[in-house]
Design a protein around this ligand. Structure first.
Ligand SMILES: *[C@@H]1O[C@H](CO)[C@@H](O)[C@H](O)[C@H]1NC(C)=O
Length: 215
């Protein structure tokens, strides 16, 4: 009895120590991976995520990210993003605030970059959603909006976050991250139909945001 307990403990130690060592080595190995400023992930059917390091001041990237009216000029994925009141009437100033709505027109998969305001979308790949701005935290550079279009069938919330990351050369960079989590009875269908295109969209937006902010 005691002996088997001892064996079990020893086995546990081997497992834990291996995990510990693995993490410790991994951590020192990937010291260039910036820490995340996204909130902890929630359990979801699937999630789409992209991130990129941008060589521009965080406030410059933040203003490009929030200046939705300019999205048509550079964003191959979200071709239009309009801030509205709760009756879906566009606001005068287009400023972001919690509990305002968004009308988002995206291309899934995204257009081939680079795009301009006059780039033609493919009507078959066009998706229009109505969303609620659920979180606006400018002091910590975080914002989120949630799809209201098919509320009962699918829940999808997209977070975007920025943070300052000092790289190995001591240079301050901006780390952009965006993640959308999908739940609900339709989530799996969305994943099957659009999972790859959505991921391409998130990545295309990250790459284009970098180009825009660094220009
Ligand atoms: C929209 O988001 C705000 C802020 O999080 C919340 O208070 C409100 O209940 C949300 N409205 C809807 C319709 O989901």
């Amino acid at each position: 009895m005691l002996l088997s307990l001892w064996r079990a403990l020893r086995l546990q130690c081997i497992i834990f120590c291996t995990i510990f060592l693995y993490n410790a080595l991994g951590a020192s190995d990937s010291s260039s991976q910036p820490p995340s400023n996204l909130p902890p992930a929630v359990p979801s059917v699937f999630a789409v995520e992209a991130n990129i390091l941008i060589d521009a001041p965080i406030d410059v990237v933040w203003s490009v990210l929030l200046d939705f009216s300019k999205y048509p000029e550079w964003n191959p994925f979200v071709r239009s993003q309009i801030v509205t009141d709760t009756f879906y009437i566009p606001t005068q100033d287009q400023q972001v605030a919690e509990n305002l709505r968004l009308i988002i027109t995206s291309q899934i998969p995204p257009l081939t970059p680079p795009v301009t305001a006059s780039s033609q979308g493919n009507i078959l790949n066009e998706h229009i959603t109505r969303e609620n701005i659920t979180h606006f935290e400018p002091d910590i550079y975080r914002v989120a909006w949630q799809d209201l279009s098919l509320d009962l069938l699918i829940q999808a919330e997209r977070w975007s976050a920025l943070s300052v990351f000092v790289d190995q050369n001591g240079e301050a960079m901006t780390f952009y991250e965006s993640r959308e989590e999908y739940n609900g009875v339709l989530a799996e269908t969305v994943q099957d139909l659009e999972g790859v295109g959505l991921l391409e969209g998130f990545q295309a937006q990250a790459t284009a945001l970098k180009a825009r902010a660094e220009a």
